[in-house]
Design a protein around this ligand. Sequence first.
Ligand code: GLY
Length: 356
Amino acid sequence: MKEISVKTSSFESRIFIGGNSLERIPALTKTQKNFVITDENIYALYPDLFEKYFSNTPVFVMKAGEENKNIQTLSAILDKMLESGLNRTSRVFSIGGGVVGDVAGLSASLFMRGISLVQIPTTLLSQIDSSVGGKTAVNHGGVKNSIGSFYQPSEVLIAPAFLKTLPARELKCGIGELVKYAALDSEIFHSLLKNQDTLKTLDLAYFTHLISACVELKAQVVAGDEKENGERKSLNIGHTTGHAIELAFGLSHGESVLYGMAFETMIAIHKGVCERAYGERLLAIIKRALRIEPVAQPNLKAVETFAKKAKSDKKNVNSEEIVMAVARAEGKWTLLSLPYEEYEQELRFAIEQFSL
Ligand code: GLY
């Protein structure tokens, strides 16, 4: 089992990666009242896990899916926490993917002004990215993650074996975030250039290696910039356009980020911000990931149907200027800011040139 820690100015999160990371649960549940938040898929797939570790613990089973990451679910969780008699010393265990982790994290951060939180991520996306770093949120008012907090989990227990039951669409969704890390880190970039076909099959040893590499990078970034004033914006590569696509077409987050990264890399090359030779190698990785089944084919040529949604991105300083985190050279990134009209024009041009 590998241990990585994320040290911020006020907190230290411990992250454990490996088959036996779940063996930490008995020690973590021993002394205080506990509460589990999970979703219906995980609850149905892993009855033994709940029986073994949480037989006397209240469990809130939420509906799966991004559309349930909302204030109604948050409110129902807080009601059940109160009904269950939790107090300020209680601990929340979040068992699930990014949606469960985001709502559970926000619930833990709000209840009694904040109680202990342990993240147990079960999807590739949550294991490499969302369970680490303390972002919590629900979607509201048609804006993704518009209500949330920074709230660090005390521990993150990553068991890659959960990936064995992950549907192909969800695995591909995580691969979207994995490719984002390739744009930020030379080792992951070269590893994916060389071994990307391995991603189509679930080689757990290789995935465990990649999860550790991503978490190590994220731990460094978050330690230096917990509240996303600078370096942490790098973790949003492809996300400005990606979130717009996700909101407009209902594609998975990771697949939307892959499309977002492709178009933003093309824009960055066109604007002379990204080195062409490097950008084309990165585009090759992105396209190979996009070709992994199942492939969604939204009508991206109808740019006007989704581009405007980029105006609500949290990186923007005002809604007429679109800010994107883009790759510029191997392991290097920068912010690229364009007036909205120019962004839409560049996006249209990139999409016209794009083929899978
Ligand atoms: N998922 C990006 C971040 O945690 O900052």
